[in-house]
Design a protein around this ligand. Structure first.
Ligand SMILES: C[S@@+](CC[C@H](N)C(=O)[O-])C[C@H]1O[C@@H](n2cnc3c(N)ncnc32)[C@H](O)[C@@H]1O
Length: 220
């Protein structure tokens, strides 16, 4: 099974298949270098979510922030199908979606072109021999430093204690990032603009405690 392999993939309904074939390509980013300023000149900011899962948080942010352009990445087709259903139902006009590894597309973005990044419950890869598969690693942090505007925020959320510490360590050893927390409640409590997801609800039911970590890209 590959990095994004899923044993529990469910067959798509005819309506979902139709959206995958017709709606998804209309929301794609296109090829070549990507310049958010040129692509969405009307948008106040451009936000990215990596691994949108079933799209609950992504759709919430897009509908709450019509002046922001949101880009979502999710290689798992059932998650993408669910997100497309909500995008169609709510007639969202301010979104782009790609069913692929976010890193491949983000590599084509202009330097310092992203205003906000959400990484919510990335796959934790709990076994030591799999830690190298984690999204958060030195090369990716360097890529985030290249992509984020000065002052831009990355929100990282995980319910796995080892990944929380891992993320803190990796961000803080990079000179371009600083952690925003002043008090415990800053990282223990969900921020006011957070929207819970199915995955987060499962973590609560299983008595795991998420950490909401915010990292700011320092000035150039
Ligand atoms: C544990 S789920 C969490 C989903 C969602 N963020 C939530 O909170 O409900 C992690 C998701 O990240 C996706 N993912 C993992 N690596 C990714 C990558 N490199 N690019 C885009 N998505 C990725 C997986 O397919 C999976 O759906």
């Amino acid at each position: 099974m590959g990095l994004f392999g899923r044993s529990k993939a469910k067959p798509l309904s005819p309506a979902q298949q139709h959206r995958m074939k017709n709606l998804l390509p209309s929301l794609a980013l296109g090829s070549g270098k990507l310049s958010p300023k040129q692509l969405w000149p009307q948008a106040q900011q451009v936000w990215v979510e990596i691994g949108i899962g079933g799209g609950e948080h992504f759709v919430y942010q897009a509908s709450e922030n019509p002046n922001i352009h949101l880009i979502g990445f999710e290689p798992f087709q059932n998650g993408m199908a669910k997100t497309l259903g909500a995008v169609e139902r709510l007639q969202l006009q301010n979104v782009s979606l790609e069913m692929t590894d976010a890193r491949d597309v983000l590599a084509r973005f202009e330097d310092h072109s992203i205003d906000r990044m959400f990484i919510l419950y990335p796959d934790p890869w709990p076994k030591r021999r799999h830690w190298k598969r984690r999204l958060i690693e030195p090369f990716f942090i360097a890529e985030l430093s290249r992509l984020m505007k000065p002052g831009a925020q990355t929100r990282f959320v995980s319910d796995i204690a080892h990944y929380q510490q891992w993320a803190l360590w990796h961000f803080l050893r990079h000179p371009d990032f600083e952690w925003q927390a002043q008090t415990c409640s800053d990282w223990q409590k969900a921020p006011a603009d957070h929207c819970t997801t199915k995955y987060e609800q499962k973590a609560f039911r299983e008595k795991r405690h998420p950490a909401y970590l915010h990292f700011i890209r320092k000035g150039l």
